[in-house]
Design a protein around this ligand. Sequence first.
Ligand SMILES: [Zn+2]
Length: 564
Amino acid sequence: MLRHLFRHPLRAILAAASAAVLAAAPARSMSSPAVSPAPAAAPQQAAAAPTHADILRGAYGPYRANNDLLSYHLDVRVDPEKKFISGKNTIRFKMLKDDTRIQLDLHEALNIDKILMGSTPLKYERDSGAVFVDFPQTLRAGRTYAIDFYYSGTPLESGRFGAFAFKKDPAGRPWINTACEGEGASVWWPNKDQWRDEVQNMRISVSIPNNLVDVSNGKFLGKPDLGDGYTRWDWLVHYPINNYDVSLNIGNYQHFSDRLGSLPMDFYVLPEDLDKAKTQFAQAKGMIEAFQHYFGEYPFKKDGYKLVEVPYSGMEHQSAVTYGNHFANGYLERDWTGVGISPRFDFIIIHESGHEWFGNSVSAADRSDMWIHEGWTTYLEALYVEYRWGKADGIKYNNGYKDKVKNQEPIIAQRGVNANPPPDQYFKGTLFINTLRSIVDDDRRWFKLLHDFYQHFKYQNIMTEDVVQYFNQKTGMNLTPMFDQYLRHTAIPTLELKFDEVGQKVSYRWKADETAFAMPIRVGKRDNWQIIHPTTQWNTMSTAQKKDDFEVATDLYYVNVTKE
Ligand SMILES: [Zn+2]
C-alpha cells in the first residue's frame, strides 16, 4: 500500500536523487553491508558520494514507482545447525502503470532459486542488491498480481545488531534474531526494500526445529508440526509494516502474558530470565498508558503488544519489540541523559515501544527523514517522564540530551540515496520539538496538536514537508524557518545580545542560516520571564538587568546565547 500522501511528486524526488549523483554532493551514505560492515552508529566519517548500490536502494526508481505493494507472505525455513535459510516470499502488488518490469531487492549473499508467476518462471537481472524482475506479458495498470520469490543461503551477519545473526544463548542453545534497519530487510528476505511503500498486511511463517520457539510480528495463528522434526510458526500482521520491522526471533523462549484492557500483552524470555522479566516488564503497561494518553490508542491492537528478549540492546520491531537491556533501568545500566532521571525507568521498553506510534505507525517515506522516527520517539521518552513525574522532570530529562548533540551535519540527510542521518536526529530532534512547544507556548494547545498530528498521519509514510505543513496549518504560524534551521542546517540559532548598561538597554537578534528565522524566546528573570520576538535584524529593549544577570530560557529553547 502506498501510504505516502503524494505531495512530493516522484519526479522531484528522482530529480533530486540524480542531481545528487551528478554533483556527488557530500552526504554521509551507508554502504552496502557487503562492502563496508561499519556499525550504524559509526563515528564521524569523511563524506562519501552515494554508490550505485545506494542509489538503487535509496531512489524510488521507475520500477518501484510503477507498482503498489498489497501483501507479503514470507515463508522461511531456518536450519540452526547449517546456519542456512530457505523459502519464499509471495508478493502481491497492484500495477500503477502498464509495464513489464518491477524492482525488488535481495542481498547478493543470497541465492535466487526461482521467481514464479503462477507456474511461469520469470526472468530477472541482479544489480548489486537490486533484482529486476521481467514479465513475459505487459502487466496492466489497476490490476493485481502475485509472484513467488524463492531464495536460499546464509545471510551475512553485519552491522550494529547483526542484521541476521545465528547466535547461541548463554546455555548454548540456538538463539537466532534479525535486526536490519540499517542494512535493509533484503539482507535476509526478498522484498521491495525501500521506505515509501508498505504492504497492507503480511503473513510470516517460520519453520524451525521442534524444540524451539519463533516470535515474529503480528498475531500468533498456530504452529503446525511439519512431521519432519520441524514446526512452522505462523503469524499474521494486520497492519502496514516497515520492511525492517519484520523479524524472526528463534530461541528456547518461555512465554508469559498479561492484558491492558482488551490489548493482549505477551512476553518471551529465556527460562533463566523469567523472574527478572516478570518484574521488569511490568513497566510496559504504564508505558502504553502514557503514550495512549498523549496520542491515542495503541496502533496495532489486533496484533497485540509483545516484548521479546534478544542478545542486542533492542529494536522497535512492530508489535514484537525486542529487548536486551539487562532487565535493568537506564540504558545498558547507564544514566542515559545524565541528570538522574533515566535510572527511574527501562530505556529500551520506553524508547523502542514509543516507536509503535512514531516509526511504525507514522513512518518516514525516505530514510533521509528518519528524525520522524527517532526525534519524535526520543521526545516520547521525555513525555513519558512528564506523565510519570511531571513537566519539570520531563524538561530536565530532555535537556540532558544536549551533551550528545554534535551539530556537525544536518539531521535530514540526502534524499533518495539510502543515506543514514546522523545521531543528532535523536538528540537535537527532541530538543527541537521541545523548542516548538515553547513557541506554541500553550500546553493545552500543544498536547492537542501532538495528539491530532499523530492521529492525522497514523498508518502513513510521510516526509518532513508534511510535518511542517501540518504544524503551520494548525498553529497559524510560519514555522518553516524554524524547522529548516534545526533540521536542514548544522548550527542551532544563536541569540546575540549587546548590552548598554548605562543606557539600561539590550539589543538582540538571531544569528541563523535562515534569513527569515524569527522565534520568540523568554528572557530576563527566570521567575518572571519576558517574551521577546527577535528576528535576524537588531532590535532594542530596555532592561534594568545587568549583562551577567540577564538570563535566557535555554532549557525551553535549544539555542546558543552570546553576550557583549
Ligand atoms: Zn529509536
